[in-house]
Design a protein. Structure first.
Length: 744
């Protein structure tokens, strides 16, 4: 059967709308054995459309039109077919009632022009449209036919797949398509394989899209069960013949299959990319449900980011370069160790059009034990930068797909083509030995060649050394475990102490009722009620600090104490017992009752995010915008401070001054704080303001006295706490940089 497709619409001719309908119809028609001989686009003009239809009917058995079935004046397809065939248009009452119901359900009055969409050509078979208003129409013309389909793609597909396709394929016939997805071999190789498969009466089409292949098996049978059975049987034979390069059935993409496998096995993946610039992560996250299987994606273009974000070792970059199997392995290891994922994929390579090494790409798959590395040599001059990136991302997905399916991650075919390297790769404490044939060797913390084998009977000093080394490692493990356990218990005690203090502060009456019915307060009478229970526990208490996000969630919420020096509470909890996290404490020089010009508070930067650890998040403007206020209560009043600076510094900057000789000295501190600040805020500070300074340690390699500091100023009389905002400061002084006042 010969067919022509006529797409109607002036906007198609001018390129305002991409013609996806024609390609969709051509593919669907090919499945059922219909030969599309011509495609034409034409403007919304009755005379031109009639001439086009007349010529098409002379050449073809079936003419399909798309578009021009709406309710506006330029929707003329029905009229053109009616005039050409001499068949009148009649208004279908059932379709009209359906259109009225559509507008009534929306609470709208039906426009006059909408009734036009219920006009049907006499003798046409009406094809229902469950997505839109205008139905399709199948009009027999002797031994030929004209099929009218709506223009919107979703409506066209609904009408075609749920009615028209069956009519074209044969009365009462059932059409079933089964797709075999393929990756890793050329389309010509796939076609050669399929030629040797018994496909029966099925039609098999091969397609290449975005680097992926598919074999679509279409069966037209009298019953649906018969069609499904034959389509599945043929697809099974094709999949078996193609083997490890066939990756699934009816999947939209390789990424979709990988997400499905990860979800099925309840596993997660993380990515680290250089030359692909996040394309691999995008391919995965484009799939619905990817959030359940995708941990994180790191795009590390520069060597500095490779070192800082992925812990790629400097000696690796210096000795082997950023594009090397060693760098790919370090990237994957860094991505895995900074996440909770089960697998890490990394890609590094040359993709630039002007790069002499263009097309050299390394991909690494790492699961914490096994390391697989592929080298792609995409040196064909026809490969563009974009194409190289796409191919690299697909090969990375396929490596993971193979691993999840228990297939060889690096195939013999690829090894024969010479585009794979499997060297010895060191990853952190692991040492991975990969043989040149790509087969899996022993991997793990103790490589096979260093592992002691107790079954060896003969005496060997080497075995003795191994046993001694193992025993020493075991002792270290036990001691380390004891330290870790003790650290864990300390953290638990810190948490419980903080929770107890919060309970005493937030609801003292309830605490007294539940814990000490005989409680009698004997401290100062004029302090706030919230502090009374806390004061009886520890008279060193001078206030309470709370930092909350705009949604009210507190991330810093602790009592503040003050001693006669700044050492007493470094390793003591609020209740006086030993605690690694210590307590938030005020500088001993500050006036705790009436604010000093600069009230300075100190707190540890704990690994469990307690105490002042989360202050470091203020280095990002988006975090500041969610929590710009410091709530601080003295024993006698509640106060608020607007944060105006957050910065890294060393103790060379004397930001902990609590009093100042003159106005100039105070303003100099403010100016340097803003110059060093990672964020620019809209909060001004004048010489008449009172400020608060929160200080914690910042662990930066090579800088022993690194600090992170947040500064805020006290709300002025009548001032609102709202309206604070910040942006990132690209000109912030480096922590090592000396501050030079303006004008000096």
């Amino acid at each position: 059967m010969k067919c022509e497709i006529i797409t109607v619409g002036t906007e198609l001719l001018y390129g305002e709308i991409v013609n996806t309908n024609a390609s969709y119809l051509a593919r669907r028609l090919k499945r059922i054995g219909v030969d599309v001989s011509r495609q034409t686009s034409i403007a919304d003009d009755v005379t031109r459309l009639k001439n086009c239809l007349r010529a098409a009917l002379e050449r073809s058995d079936l003419v399909i039109t798309t578009g021009g079935l709406g309710g506006t004046e330029d929707d003329v397809t029905r009229e053109a077919v009616s005039e050409l065939l001499g068949l009148p248009l009649t208004r279908d009452e059932e379709q009209l009632a359906s259109i009225r119901e559509y507008f009534a359900a929306k609470g709208d009055e039906m426009p006059d022009g909408a009734a036009k969409e219920a006009d049907v050509i006499s003798g046409a078979k009406v094809l229902s449209n469950s997505v839109g208003l205008a139905p399709g129409q199948y009009v027999p013309v002797g031994d030929k036919a004209i099929l009218l389909l709506p223009g919107p793609p979703a409506e066209l597909r609904d009408v075609f797949e749920n009615g028209a396709e069956r009519i074209i394929g044969g009365s009462g016939a059932h059409i079933v398509t089964e797709t075999v997805n393929v990756f890793g071999i050329p389309e010509s190789a796939m076609s050669d394989i399929i030629k040797g498969v018994d496909c029966g009466s099925a039609t098999v089409g091969t397609y290449a899209r975005n680097g992926e292949l598919s074999a679509e098996v279409t069966v037209n049978a009298a019953s649906k069960d018969e069609a499904e059975a034959e389509a599945k049987a043929v697809a099974d034979r094709i999949e078996e013949a193609i083997g490890e390069f066939a990756y699934g059935r009816n999947a939209a993409s390789l990424a979709e299959e990988v997400v499905r496998l990860l979800s099925e096995k309840k596993l997660r993946v993380t990515t680290a990319e250089s030359c692909t610039g996040g394309l691999l992560a995008k391919r995965i996250t484009d799939i619905n449900g990817a959030s359940a299987v995708f941990e994180q994606g790191v795009t590390a273009y520069s060597n500095e980011i490779k070192r800082s974000a992925l812990s790629v070792r400097g000696k690796t970059l210096k000795k082997f370069g950023a594009v090397s199997p060693q760098a790919a392995a370090d990237m994957a290891a860094g991505a895995l160790f900074t996440s909770k994922a089960d697998y890490a994929l990394s890609i590094t390579g040359y993709a630039g059009d002007n790069d002499p090494k263009k097309g050299k790409v390394f991909i690494c798959l790492y699961d914490g034990r096994d390391c697989y590395i592929r080298q792609l040599s995409l040196t064909d001059p026809r490969y563009t930068r974009s194409r190289i990136r796409e191919i690299a991302a697909l090969h990375a997905l396929d490596m993971l797909r193979r691993c999840l399916c228990g297939l060889p991650v690096v195939t013999e075919r690829w090894l024969a083509e010479g585009d794979s390297v499997m060297p010895d790769i060191k990853i952190g404490p692991f040492y991975v030995k990969q043989k040149d044939n790509g087969k899996d060797a022993k991997k793990g913390f103790f490589p096979r060649r260093y592992k002691f084998d107790p079954r060896r009977g003969s005496f060997s000093w080497l075995n003795v050394v191994r046993v001694v080394a193992f025993c020493m490692a075991f002792v270290v493990l036990v001691v380390s475990s004891a330290y870790i356990l003790n650290d864990y218990m300390e953290r638990r005690r810190n948490i419980k102490a903080s929770e107890k203090a919060q309970e005493m502060f937030n609801d003292p009456e309830q605490y007294i009722e539940n814990n000490d019915p005989d409680f009698i307060y004997i401290g100062p009478e004029d302090i706030l009620d919230n502090f009374r229970v806390l004061y009886m526990q520890n008279s060193d208490i001078v206030g309470w600090i709370s930092l909350k996000k705009n949604n009210g969630q507190a991330f810093i919420d602790y009592p503040v104490v003050q001693s006669t020096d700044n050492d007493h509470y470094l390793r003591r909890s609020f209740f006086g017992d030993y605690a690694t996290g210590g307590t938030i404490f005020m500088d001993y020089r500050c006036n705790a009752t009436v604010f000093s010009k600069n009230t300075v508070l100190y707190g540890h930067n704990m690994k469990d995010n307690s105490m002042f650890a989360q202050l470091l998040k203020y280095g990002n403007a988006s975090f500041y915008n969610a929590a710009p206020i410091i709530d601080y209560s003295t024993l006698y009043k509640e106060c608020k401070f607007k944060i105006f600076a957050a910065f890294y510094t060393t103790t060379d900057f004397n930001y902990i001054q609590v009093s100042f000789a003159d106005r100039k000295e105070f303003l100099a501190i403010i100016a340097e704080a803003k110059a060093r600040s990672s964020i620019n805020t809209n909060v001004d500070v004048t010489v008449d303001d009172t400020i608060i300074t929160l200080s914690t340690c910042a662990y930066i390699d090579g800088i022993e006295d690194a600090r992170f500091v947040v500064m805020g100023r006290l709300l002025r009389d009548g001032e609102s706490a709202g309206g604070c905002w910040a942006s990132d400061n690209p000109d912030a002084l480096d922590i090592r940089a000396e501050y030079v006042p303006s004008g000096v």
